[in-house]
Design a binder for this molecule. Structure first.
Ligand SMILES: *[C@@H]1O[C@H](CO)[C@@H](O)[C@H](O)[C@H]1NC(C)=O
Ligand SMILES: *[C@@H]1O[C@H](CO)[C@@H](O)[C@H](O)[C@H]1NC(C)=O
Ligand SMILES: *[C@@H]1O[C@H](CO)[C@@H](O)[C@H](O)[C@H]1NC(C)=O
Ligand SMILES: *[C@@H]1O[C@H](CO)[C@@H](O)[C@H](O)[C@H]1NC(C)=O
Ligand SMILES: *[C@@H]1O[C@H](CO)[C@@H](O)[C@H](O)[C@H]1NC(C)=O
Ligand SMILES: *[C@@H]1O[C@H](CO)[C@@H](O)[C@H](O)[C@H]1NC(C)=O
Length: 413
């Protein structure tokens, strides 16, 4: 279910920002300026509380993204599907949009974002760093964490979906249905009923551990800001002040990487959907008896799951997986962080890091050459479009190419 939901998170703004002008043609420039202004206008300017049933909880600095629900039927259902949405409070959309704004400026003729716009977006990400660790870290959760004093645990879940389900849980549904039926919306009443029935499933499924996707998108923004430090010094400082222990990402990566030949069950088991598309790659390596390690999605393994699930932090479906776009995001994050001076190149002297970097890159190459084993649906679990995957791959390639024009790459790969 979490996958369905992620599929439906509409990061609508993104599409418009990546269209970057090349020439000085006036109409295009003014269109870009208008889109830029529109994006800015959609950034939340101050914290807003949830006021049922009309106003969602919103946090300063974040951009809008919405949870939509899939259902179909007659015209009333279509109308309802188009209009009904729940405002989401994830860090992902904001981080992506910030990346696109910065890249449109850096590589194209996009307008320069104001410091204030970037600083407040970056500042909003502070709530998403894992609070369950007793040390400073840059491991990011998709949704903000809330403290549960009974289990002494920080639990990550979507505020507005919770608010929404709590609100509808209090309705007198018999009465609401009667009204909807009188108005000729009996299908809608049925859908509301079904949404309500899966309420506990949603509430149970969305108690997420941190993940490498959000973690590396955050590192990607840090790298971009590092390359623009002269132009947006406050934004860069803001990011640095919130990310003082970047190496925490790599300790976690080494610990939770998927290692199919390991004899530790906590990291050698993988989600069956992953296995279906990955098995051709694994079989090829297995014939050569080659040990490999890959970037997984979740910052958790089965042993941790045994302890943390009870406390409200666990992977939906319990087993870690490999998503090829998440993997490509990881390779991009490491590459751009090294090339933009956020990380020392010596990090790749660590044989384990070298292995994860190389093996994940090999996976990406294999997936491109085999059409994702003809299972794009499973290989790109969280990103149904392959364009997002190619976006990460192309940016990694571009970073390497740009850098090698100026001199040798800082580390052999
Ligand atoms: C941090 O947590 C770990 C694991 O729970 C524990 O072993 C360690 O003593 C803690 N350190 C501090 C400084 O609290
Ligand atoms: C807090 O954790 C306890 C124990 O895991 C659980 O029963 C309870 O529902 C949680 N409270 C909230 C508000 O989520
Ligand atoms: C809910 O509404 C129905 C129909 O209007 C009514 O018969 C019933 O008593 C109400 N239930 C509660 C718990 O108020
Ligand atoms: C940085 O992260 C590592 C884990 O990777 C941890 O052991 C260390 O204590 C952290 N440093 C600080 C200053 O919190
Ligand atoms: C996996 O990493 C190891 C260690 O760096 C390397 O020797 C091997 O060639 C890599 N295999 C693939 C398929 O990338
Ligand atoms: C690639 O795989 C998809 C299924 O994911 C299939 O529909 C498509 O025909 C394949 N393309 C090629 C060129 O084989």
């Amino acid at each position: 279910m979490v996958d369905t939901l992620w599929f439906t998170l509409s990061v609508k703004l993104l599409v418009v920002i990546v269209l970057v002008s090349r020439g000085d043609a006036d109409p295009l420039d003014s269109t870009i300026q208008r889109l830029f202004d529109k994006v800015y206008s959609l950034q939340v300017k101050r914290d807003e509380p949830f006021i049922p049933p009309l106003f969602w909880e919103k946090h300063k600095g974040m951009y809008e993204s919405d949870v939509k629900f899939y259902f179909h039927g007659g015209p009333d259902m279509t109308l309802f599907r188009h209009s009904f949405k729940v405002y989401d409070d994830n860090m992902f959309a904001t981080t992506w949009i910030t990346s696109c704004l910065l890249e449109a400026y850096k590589f194209g003729n996009g307008p320069k974002p104001a410091e204030e716009q970037i600083v407040s977006a970056v500042a909003s990400l502070k709530d998403y760093q894992d609070k369950n660790l007793n040390y400073t870290n840059s491991l990011m959760t998709f949704w903000p964490q809330h403290y549960n004093s009974t289990s002494n645990t920080w639990v990550s879940y979507p505020d507005n979906l919770h608010n929404f389900f709590e609100l509808v849980g209090d309705f007198n549904w018999t009465r609401v249905e009667e009204i909807l039926k009188d108005l000729g919306f009996s299908d809608v009443a049925l859908i509301m009923q079904r949404l309500l029935a899966i309420r506990t499933m949603y509430l149970d499924a969305f108690l997420l551990p941190p993940d490498f996707d959000d973690t590396f998108v955050n590192l990607g923004v840090g790298s971009l800001l590092s390359s623009l430090a002269d132009e947006l010094p406050q934004s860069y400082q803001q990011w640095r002040s919130q990310n003082t222990n970047i190496s925490s990402i790599f300790s976690a990566l080494k610990r939770f990487a998927y290692r199919p030949l390991s004899n530790n069950y906590a990291i050698n088991l993988i989600d069956e959907r992953t296995y279906v598309f990955l098995r051709f790659f694994l079989e090829k390596l297995h014939n050569d008896n080659e040990d490999i390690a890959l970037i997984p999605t979740w910052v958790q393994d089965l042993k941790e799951e045994e302890v943390w699930a009870k406390r409200g932090v666990h992977i939906p479906g319990n087993t870690n997986n490999v998503d090829v776009t998440v993997a490509a995001n990881g390779v991009f994050g490491i590459t751009s962080a090294i090339l933009n001076g956020l990380l020392e190149p010596e990090i790749l002297d660590d044989p384990e890091m070298q292995q994860i970097y190389l093996n994940t890159s090999s996976l990406i190459g294999f997936m491109i050459s085999t059409n994702f084993s003809d299972r794009r649906d499973l290989a790109l679990l969280y990103y149904p479009s392959e364009f997002e995957f190619y976006w990460f791959v192309a940016r990694t390639y571009a970073e390497l190419r740009q850098f090698s024009k100026k001199g040798p790459l800082p580390h052999p790969v």
